[in-house]
Design a protein around this ligand. Sequence first.
Ligand SMILES: Nc1ncnc2c1ncn2[C@@H]1O[C@H](COP(=O)(O)OP(=O)(O)OP(=O)(O)O)[C@@H](O)[C@H]1O
Ligand SMILES: [Mg+2]
Length: 358
Amino acid sequence: MINENPFSLNYTPDHFCDREKELNQLQTNFFNGLNTVIHSPRRLGKSAVIKHLFHQLENERLVETIYVDLYASQNMQDLIQMLAEIVLKKFHQKNFIAGLQQILKGLSPTVSFDRNGTPSFILQINAQQYQTSLEQIFGYLEQQNKKVLVAFDEFQEVATYPDKAEAILRTHIQNLSNVKFIFSGSLGAKRPFYQGAEVIVLDKIDREVYKQFIITTFENQKKSITPEAADYLLDFSDVYTYYTQLICNQCFSQKDKLLTVDMAQQIAANYLESRKFDYENIINLMTENQRKLTIALAKEGAVLKPNAMEFLSKHKLSGASSVNQALKVLLEKQIFFQSTEGIKVYDVFFRRYLEQYF
Ligand SMILES: Nc1ncnc2c1ncn2[C@@H]1O[C@H](COP(=O)(O)OP(=O)(O)OP(=O)(O)O)[C@@H](O)[C@H]1O
Ligand SMILES: [Mg+2]
């Protein structure tokens, strides 16, 4: 029998680590009638924590949950189409057409059926109709017997829409009492849109909690990992959720029953080796200045003042203004990000690669 790898890179309710505090906060906000903004650097676990909250709420059957991933959306019409699809799927699985007529009254969506007879629709609306359609969809949710919690994930996309999307949404959202929201993404929480919402900044999972989770997860699958090996993996991944899950996934998938620190080191080294080609590609696309700065930052881990004399001379960088220029580009390209500890190379494994190979 093939053992399922519990360190999945997709959300699985059975192998979810901690986030008790955030789950509590999200739930409390919702039951107190507050909207929540949740933001963090990429890949720390925003989407997973929302999915876990929704899993718990759905189990209790007290709340209707609606999860909308706006990643691929480009304008208000996309948002409305996505939202309407999910609402229909949830409340009108069996009577799609009737549901469509009810939820998008007067907006003439085009309906089509695939080979299996599964219906879908395309909505083509203009800016004037945004208001009506949102009013209808939210109005529909407002009338539900149960309270409704809508999560807009990747909400930073809305700020890039050509329409005055935030303003439009804001007026609708303010007037709802049965429907509350979670806005999640890589958000600048200072935007006026979020005034009045509670803000959660998602941080790393507590190291000791994560360590125990790793050990227990191995044990639950009749394998084991030494505490030293777990510590090594957490160091290697900088306790950054996505990278921790990924390296644990690799370690779990090897055949031996016991994972020692030597084996963990070997697996981590092999992993970096396997990514060498991608990493070299990133480096080759950089200018000389960018490359030197990236390597310097990788070696330091985190740097609070990358244009300070001390850092520049230690790494033989060419001067504050060209460093500032490189910094700007690499922050924009998300090669770097600004963390509470200072500026860091975003991809933890790319950082490890640079540390080791340069
Ligand atoms: N608490 C957790 N326990 C176990 N795995 C988790 C946990 N949180 C996140 N993960 C896993 O870590 C990875 C990153 O999480 P997720 O996609 O939720 O991050 P995110 O903050 O939404 O990222 P992005 O900013 O790219 O949308 C995923 O593979 C997810 O399954
Ligand atoms: Mg996400």
